[in-house]
Design a protein around this ligand. Structure first.
Ligand SMILES: O=C(CO)[C@H](O)[C@H](O)COP(=O)(O)O
Length: 216
């Protein structure tokens, strides 16, 4: 499957955002990963629509928007207007996940489901066919720069097995503590999309770091 690298703007330098966006445009990254946090679903707040709109104006690649917010149904249209191309909601935040995915797709975006580290992959059995992507959180969401949770490898393998039967085009994305030390093993487990914040933006050469993750 095609490998997708999505640098997480949470670790970008917001004082030099245009510079960091241009770096991603030049690099062989595939998507811009935008983390939206509301201070309720996760114990942190990040950024909102004005930043997404600014990224959209400059970005030459799709915007992959990860909603870490309660009741995401309230904002699906608004994220589409702001420029999201892929919209991911948390299984733990949705009462009617099937309906939410349908609405995201009707709005013309790819629909993703994210799982917190404690959430079992088996809960996806009856919904995985409706998703374009599943995002396995390999840290507890809320902050960049955390340590990768080892149990994530087995979750990815189990999900890839499920996808072989139910949704062969499923993109399996991993987010949290992803770097050059674990990227190859993540691909081997069945992931094909990696999100990386610190491993890209804190690297001495971010473009090289992106290439390294892609070819790990
Ligand atoms: O969703 C996130 C945090 O909730 C971030 O995308 C993720 O943590 C990326 O940061 P790093 O690669 O530094 O761990």
């Amino acid at each position: 499957m095609e490998r997708i690298i999505a640098p997480s703007l949470l670790s970008a330098d917001f004082g030099n955002l245009n510079r960091d966006i241009e770096m991603i445009n030049r690099s062989n990254a595939d998507w811009f990963h935008c983390d939206i946090m509301d201070g309720q679903f996760v114990p942190n707040m990040s950024f909102g629509f004005p930043i997404i709109e600014q990224v959209k104006r400059m970005a030459q690649k799709p915007l992959d928007v990860h909603l870490m917010i309660v009741d995401p149904d309230r904002y699906l249209e608004r994220f589409k207007e702001a420029g999201a191309d892929i919209l991911t909601v948390h299984i733990e935040a949705c009462t009617h996940l099937h309906r939410t995915l349908q609405r995201i797709k009707l709005l013309g975006m790819k629909a993703g489901i994210s799982l917190n580290p404690h959430t079992a992959v088996s809960l996806l059995e009856d919904i995985v066919a409706e998703a374009d992507m599943v995002l396995i959180m390999s840290v507890n969401p809320g902050f960049g720069g955390q340590k990768f949770i080892e149990n994530s490898y087995s979750k990815i393998s189990r999900l890839r097995e499920m996808a072989e039967k139910k949704n062969q085009n499923l993109i399996i994305q991993v987010d949290g503590g992803v770097d050059l030390t674990n990227a190859a093993r993540l691909y081997a487990a069945g992931a094909n999309a990696l999100v990386a914040g610190n491993a890209v933006f804190k690297a001495s050469n971010p473009e090289e770091a992106i290439a390294g993750l892609k070819n790990a």
